[in-house]
Design a protein around this ligand. Structure first.
Ligand SMILES: *Cc1c(COP(=O)(O)O)cnc(C)c1O
Length: 375
């Protein structure tokens, strides 16, 4: 069956004339990298979070890699306690440092690691704890930081989220990474950033993103191993405009989420479909994706195919890292080790969700989901 109605994509960035103008200006300036937009983007981002420093890099993955290095994660003796319910880059970057990811299961409400679970997994080899604010729901970093280990936060999905004590996610001073792929709250096409209160972390990341060039030495010396993880000025120009739009886009995302909650209420009652919360005891969510859990006993992947036939693009979201073949083979992970994460992974369905989504598009997704789940 093919559907005659226009398809609804799972995500779509907001790109307007201001973005076009900003990128064109950089092109015309001929200053395409390490130019003035880099500093401006970093400063505006840091101000928004209320931290002194930000270092922009080429991706969220690069940001994680450099943040882990900056807190001293280095080599086979080191373990990093983190969540199996995250995007694979969270754990891959630990491996990039030759260290071992130690997974703990997640909280059934926030789908994030708790301080208690982290405490049960720390050892003398723990080099860092890496909480993830998955789906934009804040993790309990205030409790995790009291455990006394270095913390790196993965806030790639959580720009705009706020902890229960009023501090923005990323504003506590630990190196916190953000990501700017096209489906994130703001986009630079590809991109990432580390926010930090520590001038030493900022200096190290600035150097390592740029081939390990010594500070203030121009090209004269490279005093450490480095990478090319730079973010171009074209991308930073995009980022500046997107930051200007952020509050509006976050409000749009909240409004779309509200439409979904209302439109799906009847299905929740009738079928056992589950929605995720707007906030938890840990704080207020920044809406990143609209993930629902298909009712128990329903074939989630068949639901995805049936919706695709109707022109509704959805995703299984997100798969647990310990179940990827590379991780199974390397570490011997088995099903059943992290049951909460596995259940969330088995039933998670990411519905179309983006700031410019209309109420009638939400209604159509809800109707089509109802037709598939409860014909
Ligand atoms: C998007 C994302 C990243 C990093 O993504 P890049 O594609 O490298 O920018 C890291 N962690 C999580 C949880 C993410 O969602």
């Amino acid at each position: 069956m093919t559907d005659a109605r226009p398809p609804i994509p799972v995500a779509r960035p907001v790109i307007g004339e201001a973005e076009e103008r900003a990128v064109l200006e950089v092109l015309r300036s001929r200053h395409l990298s390490l130019g003035p937009r880099l500093t401006t983007f970093e400063q505006r981002f840091a101000e928004r979070l209320g931290v002194p420093h930000a270092a922009a890099v080429s991706s969220g993955t690069a940001a994680l890699h450099l943040a882990l290095r900056a807190v001293g994660v280095d080599g086979p003796g080191h373990e990093v306690v983190t969540s199996p319910f995250s995007f694979i880059a969270t754990a891959n970057t630990v491996l990039m440092q030759g260290a071992t990811p130690v997974f703990v299961d997640v909280d059934p409400v926030t789908l994030n690691v708790t301080a208690d679970a982290v405490a049960s997994a720390v050892t003398g080899r723990t080099a860092a704890v890496l909480p993830v604010h998955i789906f934009g729901l804040p993790a309990d970093v205030p409790a995790i930081e009291r455990l006394g280990h270095p913390v790196v936060e993965d806030a790639a999905q959580a720009l705009g989220a706020v902890h229960a004590d009023g501090v923005p996610v990323g504003g506590r001073g630990h190196p916190t990474i953000f990501a700017f792929y096209a489906n994130k709250q703001i986009t630079t096409g590809e991109g990432g950033l580390v926010a930090t209160a520590d001038a030493g972390v900022k200096a190290r990341i600035d150097s390592e993103r740029n081939q390990g060039r010594a500070p203030d030495m121009q090209w004269l010396d490279h005093d450490r191993l480095g990478f090319n993880y730079r973010l171009s000025d074209l991308q930073c120009a995009l980022g500046i405009v997107q930051l200007d739009r952020l509050d509006g886009m976050l409000a749009d995302r909240r409004r779309v989420a509200g439409w979904y909650r209302a439109a799906l209420a009847d299905l929740v009652d009738r079928t056992g479909l589950e929605l995720l919360p707007d906030r938890s005891a840990e704080g207020e969510r920044s809406w990143f994706v609209y993930v629902v859990r298909t009712p128990r006993g329903v074939d989630r992947d068949a639901t995805i195919r049936a919706l695709a036939d109707r022109g509704i693009q959805t995703r299984p979201y997100l798969p647990a890292i310990h179940r990827f073949s590379f991780y199974r083979e390397r570490f011997g992970f088995r099903d059943g080790q992290f049951p909460v994460a596995e259940d969330a992974a088995d039933r998670g369905l990411s519905l179309p969700f983006f700031p410019e989504m209309t109420e009638s598009q939400v209604a159509r997704v809800a109707d089509d989901l109802a037709a598939v789940l409860a014909p």
